[in-house]
Design a protein around this ligand. Structure first.
Ligand code: UDP
Ligand code: MG
Length: 321
């Protein structure tokens, strides 16, 4: 597959990858704001809308927009595969010399795209991150959980992870080609891309409110992303299990000495409470550690299966051939 796309390399200056999942309310606003900016750049571009298995009117609306906007390319995934998988599909198929990924809900201002491109060209950068300088429009809960996420990931994965840089960023062709060489294993791009070590810059922006519709990231998806982020970038929890094991061994030894002393002094009857506490404590520690191991085994399992994270049902660009 990639051979086909390699031959398209650099046929446009800029690709914009937009994952869309049930965004019927926001689509027209997005097009109205994005198109003038891109037309104004005066360079050949394409917009890849990756329809991540939308079940609302998003596909029809995209089709409608496409007839009037030849630069719009629609890649349809067979089913909802998640934000990062939709991004993967878009990045794998983008043809641009530079590729910008942006959310459909206009929380990231598309007006910044020309600035990102200019900065990358002026300073010879391979990556330009959009960094959220102000998240006052997000809910307090979202701000705090996001703050905790970036804090934890900078500590676990490494300080190369830029804080508050989400999936609004510009990549050069060489970064995209590097990403394409990696196996498709549910990548978390906000961690993976900084870890590659390309020259990067940042542009700060105010995070706006969602233009319309509701968030497609309910709490359980946020928890899954955090769990995935930790297990794919750090083996610390596994080492933690060893540490917890060692600690409980020490506690166990202390209990042993105590139990023996009590036995020798012949005072063994009132042992029920301590016994219960010990059994419960070590049961909990063991289950916790087994669970942690399970998280990593699950990752190995999925990696060994080697199934792609997405399947493309349709790419309007291929229909033009
Ligand atoms: N999205 C997607 N698949 C999903 C969930 C979300 O393609 O399963 C897209 C969504 O359409 C949007 C982007 O990912 O363009 C970010 O989602 P959202 O704005 O709902 O997340 P939030 O900003 O609330 O974290
Ligand atoms: Mg959003």
């Amino acid at each position: 597959m990639s051979a086909v796309y390699d031959t398209w390399r650099g046929t446009v200056a800029l690709s914009i990858v937009v994952p869309v999942f049930n965004e019927e309310e926001v689509l027209s606003v997005l097009v109205a704001r994005l198109r003038p900016i891109l037309d104004g750049c005066g360079e050949p571009y394409e917009v890849l809308a990756v329809d991540d298995g939308s079940t609302d009117r998003t596909p029809e609306l995209l089709e409608g927009v496409r007839s009037a906007w030849p630069e719009l390319r629609v890649v349809t995934l067979r089913r909802n595969s998640g934000h990062q998988a939709a991004l993967t599909a878009g990045l794998h198929r983008a043809r641009g010399a530079h590729v910008v990924s942006i959310d459909a809900d206009l929380q990231d201002p598309p007006e910044l795209i020309p600035d990102m491109l200019a900065l990358a060209r002026a300073d010879g950068l391979d990556i330009v991150y959009g960094v959220r300088a102000d998240r006052s429009t997000d809910t307090g809960f979202k701000r705090r959980t996001a703050g905790a996420y970036y804090w934890l990931m900078r500590r676990l994965a490494g300080s190369f992870v830029p804080a508050q840089a989400g999936d609004f960023r510009l990549l050069s062709r060489s970064v995209v080609e590097t990403l394409k060489t990696l196996p498709d294993q549910g990548q978390i791009y906000r961690l993976l891309i900084p870890s590659l070590g390309f020259r990067s810059g940042r542009i700060a922006y105010q995070r706006e409110e969602r233009a319309a519709g509701a968030t497609k990231y309910p709490l359980h998806k946020m928890v899954l992303l955090a769990l995935d982020s930790v297990t794919s970038f750090s083996a610390l929890p596994l080492r933690l299990a060893t540490a917890i094991g060692a600690l409980s061994l020490l506690v166990c030894l202390a209990f042993f000495v105590w139990a023996l002393t009590v036995h020798i002094t012949g005072n063994t009857l009132p042992g029920w409470t301590s016994l219960m506490i010990t059994v419960l404590f070590f049961g909990a520690v063991q289950l916790f550690c087994v669970g942690m191991l399970g998280e990593y085994v699950a990752r190995i399992y999925t990696a060994v299966q080697g199934r792609p994270t997405y399947f493309v049902a349709r790419d309007t660009e291929e229909e033009k051939q």
